[in-house]
Design a protein around this ligand. Structure first.
Ligand code: HEC
Length: 137
């Protein structure tokens, strides 16, 4: 095979790779919004369910009221608010301020500890996005 032919082959291979990458793109975009399964799995890995239930009225550990607010309530409170996804991602990563409790009297815990050891920023943002998309029901 001539060098020229080899070059042409290489170009064709690159084009094919680019086409494949382009074909994979829409899937990658859809994955930006977590599926319910992926969200539950991520939350479980990060230990969120120790303190949070998705649904209102669920019981916490040992039948006690949950420590944090139900995520359905979080969604109802912040949904559609500008900057809510950033603010909540920060709260998840760095913890909440016990002197400015957002759920005083509504959750049995006063503050959320930082979760950055258990979940990365990208995953935290995705999970918060999923929480905010829960319909308020
Ligand atoms: C040790 C208990 C605990 C764990 C673990 C925990 N949280 Fe929380 N979370 C709380 C409490 C308590 C609050 C209420 C804070 C307040 O009143 O301001 C809260 C509040 C929140 C809020 C609302 C914050 C606000 O400003 O209103 C979100 C969103 C949230 N948690 C998501 C998560 C996610 C995601 C995880 C897992 C990565 C997680 N939490 C793990 C206890 C916890």
């Amino acid at each position: 095979m001539t060098t020229q032919a080899l070059n042409r082959l290489a170009t064709a291979a690159t084009a094919a790779t680019l086409l494949l990458a382009a074909a994979a793109m829409p899937t990658a975009t859809q994955a930006a919004g977590l599926s319910d399964d992926a969200a539950h799995q991520l939350a479980a890995q990060a230990g969120c369910p120790t303190c949070h239930a998705v649904e209102r009225g669920a019981k916490g550990p040992e039948g006690l009221p949950p420590i944090g607010p139900a995520w359905r309530d979080v969604s109802a409170k912040y949904r559609g608010q500008k900057g809510a996804d950033d603010a909540l991602t920060q709260a998840v990563l760095q913890g909440s301020n016990p002197y400015d409790s957002h759920w005083k009297g509504k959750a049995s815990g006063l503050a959320m500890p930082p979760n950055a050891v258990a979940i990365g920023q990208d995953d935290a943002r995705k999970l918060v996005g999923w929480i905010l998309r829960l319909d308020a029901k």
